[in-house]
Design a protein around this ligand. Structure first.
Ligand SMILES: C[S@@+](CC[C@H](N)C(=O)[O-])C[C@H]1O[C@@H](n2cnc3c(N)ncnc32)[C@H](O)[C@@H]1O
Length: 272
């Protein structure tokens, strides 16, 4: 199936997950467990300073926003924007805004740092949004963009054939569903070129894919995603037995595999 830029009514397709579900609470918890060590290293390298103004789009559980608030201190600010921020844990110094990054009203050239993890891959108009985010950076400000590269799906390296088959069928079906919602599975590794087109400089990128055993967050995420999109996966031809095999495999300590491959790209707005 092909990526859809807009629905027949001209509106962009909806975000593929639903924060209103219990499984979404589990999902953002797992994402924080898998990814926060990596994001923390990236933020360490940037050297966030007291007094900085930071913006986070799609904060999930809010763990990175809370971390940024500790770093910028009482003289700085951290603003988060999410369509549905119900899972963001309130933290001192973090302002939670309910809104769509495509339309929310934010002052241009205000931010020293923008962090956006696992959001742009979902939005068909991601290059326009990237340009908008660049406009929100102060000259010299830094943007950090992280997304999964879902073109690499051969992540299991030790599992019984039945689990491998269920996993492969699941990855194919979920990617098709994602593309119907406007996801670009290959955006993450092309983000550096998009950043260059957006006028950013000092662009760097790193890849991150921790090795996991069944029962660890990097594999449990697949079980969680399979629960959140169960109806669509069944409609796409997966069986209840396939899903059970997948979930058993993701919890069995005998399974060994890599988490989804993440690319994190960092760029700087020229000037200052
Ligand atoms: C997959 S979650 C990622 C959460 C978090 N960034 C992380 O990596 O743990 C994506 C989040 O982005 C939010 N989101 C999706 N589209 C958005 C938009 N257009 N504007 C603001 N937030 C959006 C969703 O509501 C969801 O909370």
């Amino acid at each position: 199936m092909n990526a859809t830029a807009a629905t027949p009514t001209g509106t962009p397709p909806a975000y593929m997950f639903d924060n209103a579900t219990d499984e979404a609470a589990r999902q953002v918890e797992l994402l924080a467990d898998i990814l926060d060590p990596h994001t923390t290293e990236v933020i360490d390298r940037i050297g966030v300073r007291p007094g900085w103004r930071a913006l986070e789009i799609g904060p999930g559980r809010g763990t990175i926003a809370a971390q940024l608030a500790r770093r910028v201190g009482p003289t700085g600010t951290v603003v988060t924007v999410d369509l549905d921020p119900r899972h963001v844990q309130p933290a001192p110094g973090v302002e939670i805004v309910t809104g769509d990054i495509r339309t929310v009203d934010l002052e241009p050239a205000r931010f020293d740092l923008i962090h956006v993890r696992l959001v742009l891959m979902h939005l068909p108009d991601r290059e326009e949004i990237l340009a908008r985010l660049v406009g929100l950076l102060k000259p010299g400000g830094v943007i950090v963009v992280s997304d999964w590269d879902c073109t690499w799906r051969d992540m299991l390296i030790d599992a019984p054939p039945s689990v491998r088959d269920a996993f492969a069928a699941f990855q194919t079906a979920l990617t098709d569903i994602a593309q119907d919602h406007g996801v670009d599975p290959s955006w993450a590794r092309t983000a550096p070129a998009a950043m260059r087109r957006a006028g950013l400089t000092d662009i760097t990128a790193t890849a991150y894919t921790p090795l996991c055993r069944g029962g660890e967050p990097g594999l449990l995420l697949h079980a969680s995603n399979s629960r959140q999109r169960e109806a669509a996966l069944l409609a796409a031809g997966m069986t209840a037995a396939d899903l059970e095999t997948l979930r058993d495999g993701m919890t069995s300590p005998d399974t060994l595999g890599f988490a989804y491959l993440m690319f994190t790209t960092v760029g700087r707005r020229p000037g200052a």
